[in-house]
Write a protein that binds this ligand. Structure first.
Ligand SMILES: *Cc1c(COP(=O)(O)O)cnc(C)c1O
Length: 430
């Protein structure tokens, strides 16, 4: 069997499929064992993405003996009886209640992730306003622009403030410039890179100020990560359907910590009539983007929500935000420019110069910046060891450089001059 060194230094056996012969169980077990070893090692250094890796679903292992498929509209069920429909409905009820939408006024489903939720939310907006224009900030997740492209809707990309929030003035200008067309606005409740929360109230006020009545706009809220945080953080802005918003989506594998990608989309029931073509073959309505939908995910979400409870989630949010503050302060104490938004667990800092270092910690880079997303599995020990290694390596990248050509990148435009530790701005933070 072929062994290959992985980028993180661990070796794994490259999986192959024999063209003609069966492979014996022992050989396959060996491949799996090596793979487990390699992913366990990655998990122990996993800092750059918003997936919570601290979970235990051993109680649900028996479910893997079943095929579960929630094809069709969850509110109707389907004739495919090996489904987890009751769990899905119960999960949807929970989220509708969380976002203050009555049981008989919401519609939604468990999606394959935040991307599908964005797609479906924006689709609802487009169907309501076929001649509408999509507005999304520059810091929106790439799935929002993809949705605009796939739906062939004109998309106005609005600039952002240093925090990563949408530039409210620029949005207003764009709205005024396109007053004759309905507005489909995709807001970020936590941007992917900087964890910035767009101010829903301010945007709704801007719409009103620009003369957009409620029958001329649709607001979709992309709350992939923060949708499971802000409701449990005292003082954080509300996501609520008491406001004239159209849809909200979250990812189930981010803060909540499902082992497989999944998500939730909730919108208003009155909007989905247009999607309701009946399909005899499944005895349901074809309201969802995907056909077959995994039936395991709703059960995992149900399990996680019950296991944690409101108080558990509250504690987890507090803990993550506290550790994020700790990391930001540690970096700053070591002279590394760092930035953390309010209510956020995403610490933004200068991009490390060494790709191997970035890979070891699974960091996500964007231009001159990089970030750590402090999820539940991220311990203080992990953060300490990350900072120590960063500081040590950074010396080698910059100070060990005899001709001094390599300098820490200037990140003033990304996180503000006061948070930048480049040669020019360093004086400001010291
Ligand atoms: C992660 C993320 C998404 C995409 O979610 P997936 O579950 O990966 O499809 C969308 N929007 C934001 C803001 C995200 O952070």
């Amino acid at each position: 069997m072929e062994k290959a060194a992985q980028e993180n230094g661990h070796s794994m056996i490259i999986p192959t499929i024999s063209q003609f012969n069966r492979v014996n169980d022992a050989d396959m077990a060996n491949v799996i064992a090596h793979y487990l070893d390699s992913i366990s090692h990655i998990r122990d250094h996993f800092l750059g993405y918003p997936t919570n890796l601290d979970f235990n679903y051993d109680a649900l292992v028996q479910l893997l003996r079943f095929h579960l498929n929630n094809v069709g509209d969850p509110s109707m069920g389907s004739s495919f009886s090996l489904n987890s429909n009751p769990f899905e409905l119960c999960v949807l009820d929970w989220f509708a209640k969380l976002w203050q939408l009555e049981k008989n006024e919401y519609w939604g489903y468990v999606t394959s992730g935040g991307t599908e939720g964005n797609f479906q939310g924006i689709l609802v907006g487009r169907e309501l306003y076929p001649d509408g224009i999509i507005y999304a900030s520059r810091d929106s997740h790439y799935s929002v622009l993809k949705a605009a492209r796939l739906l062939r809707v004109k998309c106005v990309v609005v600039g952002t403030l240093i925090s990563g929030e949408i530039d409210y003035d620029e949005l207003k200008e764009s709205l005024l410039a396109n007053k004759d067309k309905p507005a489909i606005i995709s807001l970020n409740i936590g941007t992917t890179v900087k964890g910035a929360i767009d101010d829903i109230d301010l945007v709704l006020q801007s719409l009103e100020d620009c003369g957009f009545t409620q029958d001329r706009f649709y607001v979709h809220c992309d709350a992939a990560l923060f949708g499971m945080m802000v409701p449990f953080d005292v003082g954080a802005p509300d996501i609520s359907f008491k406001k004239p918003i159209g849809s909200v989506t979250i990812s189930g594998h981010k803060f909540l910590g499902c082992p497989m990608p999944c998500g939730i989309l909730i919108t208003r029931l009155k909007y989905i009539d247009f999607l309701s073509s009946e399909v005899e073959y499944i005895a349901s309505k074809d309201t969802t983007i995907t056909g077959s939908r995994g039936g395991h995910a709703p059960i995992f979400i149900w399990y996680a929500l019950n296991k944690k409870g409101f108080n558990g989630l509250q504690e987890e949010v507090q803990e993550c935000v506290k550790k994020a503050v700790y990391l930001r302060d540690c970096l700053k104490d070591h002279g590394i420019g760092a930035f953390l938004n309010k209510f956020s667990n995403i610490v933004v800092f200068e991009r490390p110069q060494d790709d191997e270092f970035a890979r070891k910690w699974s960091l996500a880079n964007k231009g001159n910046i990089s970030h750590v997303v402090v999820m539940k599995h991220v311990s203080l020990e992990m953060l300490d060891s990350f900072v120590n290694e960063f500081v040590k390596e950074r010396c080698a990248w910059y100070e060990g450089n005899s001709n001094r050509q390599m300098q820490p990148p200037c990140v003033a435009e990304d996180i503000g001059a006061e948070n930048c530790a480049c040669a020019f701005h360093k004086i400001l933070i010291s």
